[in-house]
Write a protein that binds this ligand. Structure first.
Ligand code: ZN
Length: 148
């Protein structure tokens, strides 16, 4: 029995999966110095791999995050402001145009009732509010995406 040593698979199971390791393997390694040395070498090797791999990954991740974090925070809010500002200006121009051509429009549709004019103005106002609300919720969603 002493001349027949364990194979690599058995020693690896003893080293990394001790709970599921058979009694014969445990007994052999406890009584055999040569197989115990092989097991210790596997353990040292795995420790070295872990020690080398983890800091490298952590530093790379940190560097990547640090590189990418400042850029979106400084750039994207200004972009959002210009976007919402241009949309608000567009809505303002539209409202002004409607206001400027109101007499033409009213003559065209032949509506001279003041209450219908108010209804149209109210409709334009409410649709403007809806657009502003849509822009606000859009900006909020964009901010959530940026920070997550
Ligand atoms: Zn052995």
């Amino acid at each position: 029995m002493k001349t027949v040593h364990l194979n690599d698979n058995d020693i690896q199971q003893y080293t990394f999966d001790f709970v599921n390791c058979g009694d014969i393997i445990i007994e052999h390694i406890n009584s055999c110095k040569q197989c115990k040395n092989v097991s210790e070498n596997y353990r040292l090797l795995s420790k070295e791999i872990k020690v080398q791999a983890e800091p490298e990954l952590a530093f790379n991740l940190a560097d990547l995050v640090m590189e990418k974090l400042p850029a979106p925070i400084t750039q994207k809010p200004s972009k959002d402001y210009t976007l919402s500002l241009s949309i608000i200006i567009g809505i303002g121009v539209l409202v002004l145009m409607l206001y400027g051509f109101k007499s033409n429009l009213i003559n065209l549709i032949e509506i001279k009732n003041i209450s219908t004019y108010f209804i149209i103005a109210l409709g334009v106002f409410v649709s403007g509010l809806f657009s502003i609300d849509m822009i606000r919720s859009y900006n909020k969603k964009i901010n959530i995406i940026n920070f997550s």
